[in-house]
Write a protein that binds this ligand. Structure first.
Ligand code: FHN
Length: 611
């Protein structure tokens, strides 16, 4: 029988039982130690890890690429609704300002009789997911396992069963890595500070944050020893009471319990907001955690995982019908993989323990695509040539996987800048169908079948004669014209970026007049060249830009076209190159009018003086 540790007062009341006695002994041990030890723990500092050791520890995770996120708890019961508002979810205790005693009443209603851990693990596996991260405890403090350290857990509900125990066993049975999300922030525990700003009646008297940290560490010890999670996905690290020192201490503590565990960057304080990457080597965490977004370009040498909802909520919201399409979800997975990241896709189970039907349908459809194309995702690394207008590229040893989202009208695609000899080319879904390729200065051109094999993403395999070599330098075309394409530009700035969709294939989002676009290219034949910009601009237009190369500057006004997708040409004049050699050309705004400078698809340098 569980000891009832009464959380209602700001400090623990004494219900002397064996378990509570354990808690008292544990806490006394912690409290008796000098503050520095209690606060920072006397765990050994994390032993230095070599790059080879880290690569070995991270290998399964890097190869996995795709995992399931699950947000489940008491908040599934109200299903996003409270007093007429319907936009709540896992934050409902706070967003609806529900007093703790009222929220605790959900304990008696939590009875997910349809919960089937084997079905959950099988759906993850069938979707092609290699790991599963479930909320052991979200911000509301409710624990999905029978903890010895609190009565605010599943054992105090009519359901009583050890959800994490059943799910971890099912994951092991189906070959899925079992992982845990754990919130540092805890709106229930009397020692957690700060209180919610609206909780005026909840006294903070006697609250002891160090004692809360000891409680959290005690629970993490339970979780690691009982369920052996492969990843600890911390969250709720943003409040002022959680510090860099505590983050380092917790990271060391968890690793002392399970040295090969993988821990995200939210254990510490280095995460840069929802962009999710870590802002400095001094911070802990094995991977960055972009949330509801994908980094604009690959991040060589950085481990990161984008987490996303399938609709607009993490926890179950019965009114949220905004489900992302299967095509969108598959293309997000491919986009993320093409930039070297992992995709953690969320499910918010219902209070009866079942997955929402739209989630089940999407998981199954993604699984069908992965059955055919998983080879182009698992174990791959980022595209060697960045984004391409017709889709994405992933690579694995001597193979490149060309993910064709937009089937070209002329039945061919150019893979720019790759100079390595192609031995073989074929659709991954039909390996016997050999495709013709031609190779030249601009890269590899692949002739495609008339019709796409998969409207969402047809994967073409290029088998290379040796590891891929990329030469992004821009060389003149046969007629001497030098074309500077958007996908080979370098953006100097924070907002402008390459938009790969085939109807754009341009530098877009150019809303910051400080952003500039630069190309480096070779001139073989000196002389005068006429400069031509291929651009689009939503009315009213009116910005002014400067084109600079070989110490010459041209100015041009940006006239509106019919819209951001209506590309026209303009010529600001000519530039003379006295010598053959390598030059750079910069397009920089002089004046921004309207929302954006322009969408710039390319700059061409045509031999011959400007008229
Ligand atoms: O506040 C949480 C939120 O409820 C959800 O768990 C997401 C998932 O990454 N993390 C926090 C918001 O960044």
């Amino acid at each position: 029988m569980k000891s009832v540790v009464n959380h209602s007062a700001p400090v623990y009341r004494s219900f002397l039982s064996h378990r509570f006695a354990i808690v008292v002994i544990l806490l006394t041990a912690f409290l008796a130690a000098p503050a520095s030890e209690v606060l920072l723990g006397n765990q050994p500092a994390r032993a230095a890890e070599t790059d080879e050791q880290r690569d070995a520890r991270m290998k399964w995770w890097r190869d996995a690429k795709f995992g399931m996120f699950i947000h489940w708890g008491l908040y599934a019961i109200p299903a996003g609704e409270w007093k007429g508002r319907t936009n709540h979810a896992e934050w409902i205790r706070h967003s609806a300002q529900i007093p703790r005693e009222t929220y605790d009443e959900f304990l008696d209603q939590f009875n997910p009789t349809e919960f089937d851990a084997d079905a959950w693990a099988r759906m993850a596996k069938d979707a092609g997911m290699k790991y599963l991260v479930i909320t052991s405890k979200h911000h509301d403090g409710f624990c999905l396992w029978p903890s010895d350290l609190t009565d605010f857990d599943v054992e105090s509900t009519p359901f009583k069963r050890d959800i994490l125990g059943e799910l971890s066993a099912a994951c092991r049975k189906h070959g899925i890595k079992f992982c845990l999300y754990h919130s540092i922030m805890d709106w229930h525990h009397p020692d957690y500070l700060p209180r919610r700003r609206w909780e005026k009646e909840r006294s903070t008297e006697g609250a002891d944050y160090d004692r809360y940290v000891a409680y959290m560490k005690g629970q993490l010890k339970e979780l690691i020893e009982r369920y052996d999670p492969a990843v600890l996905w911390f969250d709720g690290e943003w409040e002022g009471t959680w510090t860099h020192e505590r983050g380092k201490d917790l990271d060391d503590y968890v690793r002392s319990l399970k040295p090969d565990i993988i821990i995200n960057n939210r254990v510490d304080k280095g995460r840069r907001g929802m962009e999710g990457l870590t802002g400095g080597d001094q911070y802990r965490g094995d991977f960055g955690t972009p949330e509801q977004q994908i980094p604009a370009s690959g991040l060589p040498g950085v481990d990161w995982e984008s987490c996303m909802t399938m609709n607009r909520h993490w926890g179950w919201n019965k009114n949220d019908k905004n489900w992302k399409s299967t095509a969108d979800l598959i293309r997000k997975l491919v986009d993320i993989a093409s930039e070297g990241g992992n995709f953690l896709l969320n499910i918010g189970p219902k209070p009866d323990g079942t997955f929402p039907q739209p989630s089940i349908e999407r998981l199954a459809a993604i699984g069908r695509w992965m059955d055919v194309n998983g080879e182009s995702i698992y174990g791959t690394t980022a595209s060697p040539v960045g984004k391409v207008p017709w889709g994405r590229v992933t690579q694995k040893s001597d193979k490149l996987y060309l993910h064709v989202f937009d089937w070209p009208k002329d039945d061919s695609i150019l893979l720019p800048s790759v100079t390595t000899k192609v031995k073989n080319a074929y659709p991954l879904a039909e390996t016997s169908k050999k495709l013709d390729v031609s190779q030249g200065d601009q890269g590899v051109t692949v002739s495609l079948p008339d019709e796409a094999l998969d409207p969402i993403d047809t994967v073409i395999v290029l088998e290379l004669a040796e590891p891929v070599v990329v030469d992004r330098s821009i060389k003149p075309q046969a007629d001497g014209t030098i074309v500077l394409p958007a996908q080979l530009a370098t953006v100097e700035g924070s907002t402008a970026r390459f938009e790969s969709k085939s109807d754009r294939n341009c530098i877009g989002f150019w809303t910051n007049p400080k952003d500039a676009v630069v190309w480096e290219f070779k001139v073989k034949k000196p002389g005068s060249y006429t400069v031509q910009l291929a651009y689009a601009c939503e009315p009213p237009g009116g910005s002014r830009v400067e084109v600079e190369a070989a110490k010459q500057k041209l100015e041009a006004g940006v006239k509106a076209t019919d819209g951001w997708g209506d590309f026209q040409t303009m010529s600001p004049g000519g530039i003379t190159f006295d010598q053959p050699g390598t030059y750079s050309l910069t397009v920089r705004p002089l004046e921004l009018k309207g929302e954006g400078v322009m969408n710039l698809r390319s700059v061409s340098l045509r031999p011959g003086a400007s008229e």
